[in-house]
Design a protein around this ligand. Structure first.
Ligand SMILES: NC(=O)c1ccc[n+]([C@@H]2O[C@H](COP(=O)([O-])OP(=O)(O)OC[C@H]3O[C@@H](n4cnc5c(N)ncnc54)[C@H](OP(=O)(O)O)[C@@H]3O)[C@@H](O)[C@H]2O)c1
Length: 291
């Protein structure tokens, strides 16, 4: 068993084992006991890894640099999905900026997030801002506008977002005849369309199977997978590390950005299942040898 300070850990490549990221240092391997890690903000993590990682941790754990991620922005963060993610990341100790097309709506949403957060934490820095300011102020930006507003938002914000890790959570859906269905653009997915339009952003897609309703209840553990995909491995590692700080979330890497077409469609699948069973089901991948 190992106990010690650590900034980030990440699971990736289910078959290959796990990868841990400590600032610039990436350690690959497997251990066979629980490890107990604490990030720079004092949040505790427990995780079970398989393989040889524990040996490496002994050598590097006490001189771990601060993570480069401190502020997280949400474009369209006034909606339930953005507010829900904001609650969870703020509860994990990150600064959060809720973006909106309207400054007063952004402030209102930030106040709502703070009220929800007060159930679990009183230390978070949560504020509202215009989308462009939220983008500029943040290390990682989540895009949580409806699909109908995606391209216009990117057109307006591309210079503020340039070079940043952007997580596309958008699921294009149709509700013809009251039946939720995936409604992808011709290229295959909203994520691929966004990446084609703005190749200078570091795109990751994911979290389509996390419902706002669950995210907005910070006293309940999520107990589900946060499935992501993308073509920028380093960006995926950073996003996975962030997600693994949220209690009850297990990041799962679904491969290239092309997998976004399945993740976006999975939102429709879950809505249909939840309608059928009057439930609040989420999606967890069985049989993975991680986390
Ligand atoms: N809700 C869920 O459980 C869930 C689950 C999985 C994925 N998603 C995806 O996450 C995204 C956000 O979901 P949501 O339910 O939070 O959406 P939402 O409430 O419909 O929209 C979020 C925010 O986007 C802004 N917005 C609305 N129309 C816009 C437009 N045409 N152009 C630019 N901004 C616009 C609005 O903010 P301002 O008016 O303040 O600018 C709005 O509050 C969606 O793409 C959805 O498919 C949601």
């Amino acid at each position: 068993m190992h106990t010690g300070p650590c900034q980030r850990y990440v699971f990736a490549g289910p078959r290959a084992g796990a990868m841990l990221r400590f600032g610039p240092t990436v350690v690959k391997g497997v251990v066979d006991s629980f490890i107990h890690l604490t990030n720079a903000r004092g949040s505790a993590f427990n995780c079970l890894l398989r393989g040889r990682i524990a040996k490496h941790l002994e050598g590097i754990s006490s001189h771990v640099p601060e993570s480069s991620v401190s502020t997280i922005g949400f474009i369209g963060g006034t909606g339930p999905e953005g507010r829900g993610l904001a609650v969870r990341f703020a509860a994990a100790g990150h600064n959060v900026v809720i973006g909106s097309r309207d400054a007063s709506r952004a402030v209102e949403a930030a106040d709502e997030v703070k009220i929800i957060l007060s159930e679990v934490s009183d230390a978070a820095d949560v504020r509202g801002a215009l989308n462009a300011d939220a983008a500029s102020a943040s290390d990682i930006v989540f895009i949580v506008v409806p699909y109908a507003g995606m391209m216009r938002s990117l057109e307006q914000l591309s210079s503020s977002l340039a070079g940043k890790i952007c997580v596309n959570v958008i699921s294009p859906l149709s509700f013809a005849g009251g039946i939720p269905a995936a409604a992808p653009p011709e290229i295959g997915s909203a994520a691929e369309e966004a990446a084609q339009y703005t190749p200078d952003l570091r795109w990751v897609a994911g979290l389509h199977t996390l419902s706002a309703r669950d995210l907005l209840k910070p006293t309940s553990s999520l107990d589900t997978d946060a499935i992501i995909c993308g073509d920028d491995d380093d960006a995926k590692l950073t996003v996975s590390a962030l997600l693994s700080e949220v209690p009850g979330l297990r990041p799962v890497d679904a491969g290239s950005l092309q997998s976004a077409r399945y993740l976006e469609g999975a939102t429709a699948l879950l809505i249909n299942i939840n309608k059928r069973y009057k439930s609040h089901a989420s999606l967890t991948i069985a049989g993975l040898n991680v986390g």
